[in-house]
Design a protein around this ligand. Structure first.
Ligand SMILES: [Mn+2]
Length: 216
């Protein structure tokens, strides 16, 4: 005889709104060297459409978007006939500016974040503080001039630009590794996840500025 099953009424649980509406930053930046159109949603799901003319750089920005849980639409038309410098630096600046704009007064965010990212034989760390101050340190241990089609020395210029645009402190470091592709990729993944943490909303401190200075 089959047991009679009682239907138990459960209370309807409403999904809790975590922290309000998505934070979006739109940037249009035109110079004689680069033309950039960018739309960032910090509270995204990793959706991207990215075109810089440098395929390896696109690859890095795509995985940055996915690992950060952001949404990013970015088109850059730069003077790649000169070299990649202006394109990479200006994309860094515009992306940083988009974060700064999207975060607004920075109330109720964690503000600082860090991550240690393993990628096969490579380990990279990143630390970010959305402090309102500008500084960057890049130690990538890349030994070659080109990784794919990307001029590897420009990694530092990207983070320099980002730190200026976002008014942030950004430190990224490859601890060890063999593959130069992995060294740069692990840095971008660690950076994305550190930044994701820094941008995260802190419900308990929702109305509080995460600084004793009164301004970020
Ligand atoms: Mn890769």
């Amino acid at each position: 005889m089959a047991a009679t099953r009682k239907t138990v009424a459960t209370k309807e649980i409403k999904p809790r709104a975590i922290g309000g509406k998505p934070r979006i930053g739109t940037i249009k930046r035109d110079t004689t060297e680069t033309q950039i159109a960018l739309k960032l949603n910090i509270d995204g799901t990793g959706i991207y459409k990215i075109s810089t003319g440098i395929r390896f750089f696109d690859h890095m920005l795509e995985l940055f978007t996915r690992h950060g849980g952001f949404d990013l639409t970015l088109a850059c038309n730069g003077d790649l006939d000169v070299d990649q410098h202006h394109t990479v630096e200006d994309v860094g600046i515009a992306l940083g500016e988009a974060f700064n704009k999207a975060l607004g007064d920075k109330k109720g965010i964690l503000r600082a974040g860090y991550f240690v990212m393993a990628m096969d034989e490579t380990l990279a760390v990143a630390a970010v503080d959305l402090s309102g101050r500008v500084a960057y340190v890049v130690d990538d241990k890349v030994k070659v001039r080109l990784v794919g089609d990307f001029q590897s020395e420009l990694l530092a210029d990207f983070f320099d630009g980002f730190a200026r645009g976002a008014k942030a402190n950004v430190h990224v470091k490859t601890m060890y590794g063999r593959s130069n592709h992995h060294k740069i990729e692990a840095i971008f993944k660690a950076f994305a996840r550190a930044l994701r943490g820094a941008c995260s909303r802190d419900e308990r401190m929702a109305e509080i500025l995460p600084s004793t200075k009164g301004l970020l």
